[in-house]
Write a protein that binds this ligand. Structure first.
Ligand SMILES: Cc1cc2nc3c(=O)[nH]c(=O)nc-3n(C[C@H](O)[C@H](O)[C@H](O)COP(=O)(O)OP(=O)(O)OC[C@H]3O[C@@H](n4cnc5c(N)ncnc54)[C@H](O)[C@@H]3O)c2cc1C
Length: 418
């Protein structure tokens, strides 16, 4: 089949790789000059099956209310005159029951485990080097109530196969000795030895190079304006410069922008941008910084060591497609990381960045065949939210299996458009 993949973020590039491996003739189209230039660019760097707890849960509405209007809040909802935002917000509220949170954790862990294994196999097969560290992920807590709340979540993840184990404060410090100097007392944590970290952008660039060597065509600098369809079948895409490309199938992997392309077809995707921030700290020689990837769960921050830099990322702001940097939120990131690792106050260069997570109401991505909705040849691989890199390889395999008419390695039903 001739397949066009829309989007060269980590999800689009992984899709292209696994589709090409099945023998399809694949073309990737992206408006940017190269791969991973938008949300996949400077994320938290975690391959974290253990981060499977969705934002939506029984305590989420109260917490979001408490944080409303606070410029430095970990999760900030800014009301907009935007029906898509309100519709998404209502769907989010419906995911806030214990039963929905349970199902969403099961779906994320299932895909996450398959995805992490697929990424590891790909790394071995292609000898990829992207500052990866296989030292696990430590969730640590500075608030006793947050820690207590996390333990049943970790237990649930263990039930579905993610070995996220409770640890005392002393054990946390033994796992990551740089935590010993924290100005905030660590009350405990959970550790997932099988999770890992690395540079998602580098990974995506390398995979794109290998895909290109395997025959995948990349059209960069090409903005997609619409889809061509005829008699209920998608035939190709219309580019903004007036040209068009034809194909037997089109995969939409445009991250947060996926709903905008599908809206004219009458398809309303429950995907809304959740803006997140990252800070990349350039470490001077001798400064004490962690090497184990960390999650500061109370503040919703993640920390990954990428060579001689430290990536700190997190927070979510629901405010449309704006990616401008808010100095208050940048400073909140810096202040928190210096509180935990006081030696980092010596860092001179910090690069800030903001990206738009393609958020779904329950954090579960959408991998689906839109033939079910009357569009033959149109496929979705989007809505990967907080875990796009963690879930990319598994999602691409689930997509490729379905496009080839094979049974995927995991049950694909939780990832279908409801
Ligand atoms: C602060 C932050 C920290 C994060 N930390 C982690 C982490 O530690 N681990 C993890 O697994 N995930 C993390 N994520 C989430 C992860 O980065 C995303 O889920 C993932 O990058 C989404 O990938 P994508 O390919 O779907 O989207 P993108 O990377 O945004 O790719 C979409 C592509 O579509 C292109 N595009 C859009 N519209 C058009 C158009 N009209 N025409 C042509 N091209 C178009 C864009 O140029 C872009 O290249 C984090 C996200 C953020 C913001």
């Amino acid at each position: 089949m001739r397949v066009i993949v829309l989007g060269a973020g980590v999800v689009g590039v992984a899709s292209a790789w696994f589709l090409a491996a099945d023998g399809h003739e694949v073309t990737v189209v992206d408006r940017q000059a190269g791969p991973a230039a938008e949300t996949s660019q400077a994320n938290g760097g975690q391959i974290s099956v253990s981060h499977a707890e969705p934002w939506a849960g029984p305590g989420a509405p109260l917490r979001a209310l408490k944080w409303m209007g606070r410029e430095d809040a970990p999760l900030l909802w800014r009301w907009r005159a935007d029906p898509a935002q309100w519709a998404w917000g209502l769907r989010f509220l419906r995911q806030c029951t214990a039963a929905r949170a349970h199902d969403n954790i099961r779906a994320i862990v299932g895909l996450g485990l398959a995805s992490r294994a697929a990424l590891q196999a790909l790394r071995r097969e292609l000898a990829l080097e992207y500052d990866q560290l296989e030292r696990g992920i430590l969730h640590f807590y500075t608030d006793g109530r947050e820690f207590e709340r996390a333990l049943p979540q970790a237990e649930l993840m263990r039930k579905y196969g993610c070995e996220r184990l409770p640890r005392t404060a002393a054990e946390c410090i033994a796992i990551e000795p740089a935590l010993a100097n924290s100005r905030l007392a660590i009350v405990g944590g959970t550790y997932t030895a099988s999770d890992e970290s690395g540079d998602a952008r580098r990974f995506t660039e390398l995979l794109a190079q290998r895909a290109s060597a395997r025959g995948v065509a990349f059209h960069f600098g090409a903005a997609v304006a619409g889809l061509h369809s005829q008699d209920g079948r998608v035939r190709g895409v219309q580019l903004a410069d007036g040209s068009s490309l034809t194909a037997d199938a089109v995969v939409v992997a445009l991250g947060s922008f996926s709903p905008l392309l599908l809206k004219p077809l009458g398809l309303r995707l429950p995907v809304y941008p959740a803006k997140g921030y990252s800070a990349t700290l350039f470490l001077p020689d001798g400064v004490e910084a962690p090497t184990v990837s960390l999650t500061d769960d109370g503040c919703k921050l993640v920390v990954s060591r990428l060579g001689q830099t430290l990536r700190v990322a997190g927070t979510a702001e629901f405010n449309g497609y704006d990616t401008a940097l808010n100095p208050v939120r940048c400073e909140a990131l810096r202040r928190r990381i210096v509180d935990i690792f006081p030696g980092l106050a010596a860092v001179q260069r910090i690069d800030y960045w903001a990206g738009l997570r393609p958020a779904t109401p329950g954090n579960v991505p959408l991998i689906d065949d839109l033939a079910r909705r009357g569009f033959q040849g149109l496929w979705l691989n989007t809505g990967h939210d907080t875990l796009g890199w963690t879930l990319a390889c598994g999602s691409a395999r689930v997509l490729a299996a379905q496009m080839a008419g094979r049974d995927p390695e995991i049950d694909p039903r939780p990832y279908r458009l409801a």
